[in-house]
Every structure is written in structure tokens, then in C-alpha cells.
Design a protein around this ligand. Sequence first.
Ligand SMILES: *Cc1c(COP(=O)(O)O)cnc(C)c1O
Length: 657
Amino acid sequence: MRVEVDTAAVAANTRALRALVDVPVCGVVKADGYGHGAVRSALAMLEGGASMLGVVDLREALALRRAGIDAPLLAWLHGASADFSLAVAHDIQVAVSSMAQLEAAAAAGATIHLKLDTGLGRNGIARGDRAAAIARAVELARGGARIRGIMSHLAGTGRDADLAQVADFAAALQLAEPLGSPVRHLANSQGALALSEARFDLVRIGMAAYGIDPNGPAAGDGAGAAALGLVPAMRVTARFVDGVAEGGLDDGLLPAIGAPVAVAGELAHVVAIGARRLRIEPALSGEGVLWGDPAAERPEPSADAWAAAAGTIGYEVVTRMAAAERSDEAAPADPALAPRRVLELGLDGEPQRLLGEVIGVKRAEAGLGISYGAEYTTERETTLALVALGYADGLTRSATGRPVLLGGEAHPIRGRVAMDQVVLDIGDCRANVGDEAALAHASAPELTGMIGARVAVELAGTVPDTEAMEALGASIGGQLRAGDAVLLIGPLGAGKTTLTRGIGAALGARGTVQSPTFVLARTHRTAAGPDLQHVDAYRLLADAEDEAELDDLDLDLDGAITVAEWGAPLEHALESWLRVEIARPSVDDADDIDDIDAVDESPRSVRITGHGPAWGTERVRALARAGHRDPLHPAGPGAPGPVRSNGSPGDDGTERR
Ligand SMILES: *Cc1c(COP(=O)(O)O)cnc(C)c1O
């Protein structure tokens, strides 16, 4: 399967839209540019006359800055641990959706847009908090805070409801008069095109710039976009041999049974989609177009047609293609930059849960429509919790109504699933910003298709006994290369040394791997590769910032493989590390015993997370796959023992790409 993006089309679309709306355009490139590639889409939009770029979180904004884009940037969705000083350092404007975010952003000295809820029931300061938030913003502005804009977002529920939002926004602007003349912006693609009243000083254009009708398939198979002269920028093709092509759910395709596919000018239809393959009938051979430009000389199916067959909208179909572009460089989670979005795999690699975080909690009035199209309305005054997971993260739009576990309670997703967030109506339950939310009862095959490019992978599971702990160490060891660091976290007697022994076995380490407590660091030569440095970093705990202490250990962090027990303090000294947390759920820490290899055989719970550029999503995933093979106990006769793979996850042929 191949995803082509015509950036010239994005530029031309933006130019056409800019002329049509006649106000400045903020080009929206969130979720990797709706699957088109954020950087190339951003550059194309700027070329087409966009004067600003919009993304959801600071991580997306930073990726644009790192690519050398110096245009004004606005980020409007923040996790509980967002570090607004990074926004200041990189000249990123931030929209705030709560009093707490307003205070934090102002304290950091950020350039701020107030994001108000005018009827979408999602991100944005609640109506009930509006007056107080604006008053506080005025106060902060007098003290020197930079309040640059006021914004809201339309629900696209219908002309009347949208106009009611326009009126509500205008009323809010009156309240905000003491702020002077902030940039006022409300409309997305659909609102900007349909309602001149909604354009104000700036419109935020996403979907239309990618050439897809923001009104979706219901409005006529992309005809709306074509009528405006917009050209779809994405083209997805696959080589069919007797009706079968490579490409499937794992590549981000939705199960669109019945969707048209054009093969060399002939039309076929999808009859089956598996994880990696796709089948059409009639069983044609040749280059097939899954979706492209319906107005091309030789017409191609539209993304909307694929969407219609999958029961969704073009937005979701194209956005999921970011998964096809997913690379080993996928950045691991960093709470300072983006909300927590995690696919949790078992130690055997089987998907377990999709985890997100609560990014907003607000009281809402009765009768508030929730999310686009207001398909759910609050029945009474209630509390809404916003969870930062959306269809860009693989939580399909069809997940509306599915239960999300929050603080031990299951709450159904209310209203439509958006690209980056879902809303829970939690009634009078309590929730806090930063709370973990988990999509419950999801089957493993379903979760496999869920992972989006912004989602970090973590491994978690139970290790029943010492032997299994050593085997886990061996599977980790088999994936390590020079310069890697593994930090082991866990109480005395958790099994850190046992795990290290497994790592040593996989590396062919000479000498006995034993607790480094008394020597602080011990170096083992290995069979053929880099040395294994086994460190006890406990003493560094007292003074984590003390570089001299660290220097005393004289570690070779670049040339050797470092495994550090009590390793947390080393995080300050490393760019990348693998963190392995071991806990003894059934044992009270008061029962601690000095001998780490004592007979305590209670099961351990383990969580493995990658941090920094060396530990991207695919590499963490590969650990689970390696674990599944259990290198200490190879499958059949003749199977290789604990051999080095030189760290290349592709060596064993299990790598997918
Ligand atoms: C995604 C988004 C947009 C762009 O929406 P389109 O419908 O793609 O034009 C604009 N504003 C906000 C706040 C958004 O989240």
C-alpha cells in the first residue's frame, strides 16, 4: 500500500480558501497533518497564504519548529503536566481552556488565546466559568500577561445551532472588551465556508485544505469540495494480484467492505480486509486506487466513498494514514509536551488497554450538546470529563458509547469521538485533570488496529517467579546495543539483580552477575559485543543533581550497555533510557529482606517504558515480541540459544516493516 500526498494541492487549496473567506487563515496540521504529514502540509499551507498554523499540543508544535518552520503557531490542547515555559522558549502561542491553564500559561509568560466553550461541550472554558475567566484574564493582562486572542469552536450541528454559537461568541467578546482588540476566531473549514458571520479575524482551516469536503459523504461524495475547486491531496494505492493486495487494518485502513477500488480504469469492490491484506472482487490485477481524486481525468474513488463504506467520515479515513507512516522514530511519551496516550501491551505483546488522561473537568448546564453534531445532550447539570484520546490515536469514531474506566468507574463516551478527544458525562462523580482513563473491554485484535502515531507503547504484566524474571531480562538483553541504558526501579528484593542476570545471559556476559551494592559498578566483558556495566545508583539518590558523584563511577555510557539498579537518578544524565519498574503487589515493603534472591517467590508486576529518541514505539514493541520467543527456553530442537541480535530488531524476521 502506498500513500502519496500532493503538497501542491494543499498549497492551491489553501490559496483558494484564503481568497474565498477573505480573512487570514490558520492552517491546521494537527495529528500529523490529518495523516498527510505535518511538516510538508504546514509548508504547503504557508506557501498557499496561511498566516498561522494550528496544532493540538506542544509536541506537535515543537516538531514544526524543529523542522525550521518559524511561522506563528498555536497549540490548544494540553495535558496536566504541560510545561508552558517550553511554549515560551519556542515562541508557541497557547490556547487555554481552564482557569488553571490560564494561570499556568500566564505565569510562564506565554502568549495566550482564551478558548471558550460556546456550545461544543468539549475543550474550552465552560459558560459557567466564562465571566470569571475573562475577568481574571483582564487582570493578568493589566499585570503584563499577553492575552493575544479569543477563540471558540463550532459544533457544526446545523445552521441555526451554529449561528447561536456565533451569537454566544459575540456576547463573550463584549465581556472581553477591556482586553482591547484580541484576535477573534471561531470557524473551522465548514463554518468558514458556510457562514460569513463566523469568520471574524481569522479562520482555522483543516480538512478543506486537504481537499476533502468538510461536510462529509452525506453532502455528496466529495462533490462539495470539488465544486469549490478543492483537490484531494492524498492518494492511496496498492498493487493487486488476482484481487489481493498488501495493506490492511494494521496500516490504518478502516474495514470498508463494499468500498470501490479503481484498478486500471475498472471498478471493483472491497470484499475483505485483514490485518495486512485486502481483497477485491472482481479479482483484478494491477495498480489499484483506494482513494484519490474523483475529479481526475480517469476518475478515482474518493476518501468519502471509503468513509461511507466504513460508516464514518473522510476526516477519520485520511487521518489514520499517519499510522502507515509510523516510524521507529515515533517519539515516546513526554508529559511536559503532550497528554499521556499509551497503548499498553502485555509482556507477550498482546494489546491490553488504551490509556489516556483527563485534560479537562468542567461543570456544564443541562441541555448542552456534546461534541460535533450534538448527538448527545446533557440531561441535567453535570460534570464533563475530557479525555485526550481521539480517532487520530486509533480510538475509532464508532467507539461512541463505549465505556471508559475513570477512577474505577466506567463511563460511556458521549457524543462523537473527535480527532483528539472524547467527552465523558460523569454526573456527580469526581475526576481530576491528570487522572488516568482507560478504554475498557477492548479485544486484543481491535486494539492492534488502534495504535496511532502519537501513541506511546508500554509493556506491562505479571512475572510469576524468579525464572520468569530472568527470562524477561534475557529477552530485554537480546535487544540491547552499545550506548543503551536500562534503569531498574523497585524496592529491595523486587528482582532487579535477577533481571540483570537474564540480561547478562543474553549478552554472554563473563563472570557472575550479582548485586552491585558493595562495588557500585561492575563491568562484565561479553561474548562478542559491548561490555555490560552493572551499576547500583542508590547512592546517587541522595543527590540526583550531583554530576561529580556520577563522574566518580566513571561509566562508559556511550560504548557499553548500562544496567542500573535504583536507576532513577541516572535519568538526568541520559538522553534515552529503558525504564523497568518492578513492584511486589502482594508484599508489604516492611517485609523487606536483604537477600535479593531470597525465596520470596510472590509474583511481580512489571512496567517497561521507553524514554528518549533511542526508545521509539517500534523498539519497545520489539521487546515484547522478543519476550514472546523466550530466548532462555527456545522453542524446538536446534533453535538458537541466547544469541546476540546486535540490537537490530529486524534480525529475527518478526519486524513488520
Ligand atoms: C481541528 C480543528 C480545526 C480544523 O477543523 P476542520 O474541520 O478540519 O477545518 C479548527 N479548530 C480547532 C479548535 C480544531 O480542533
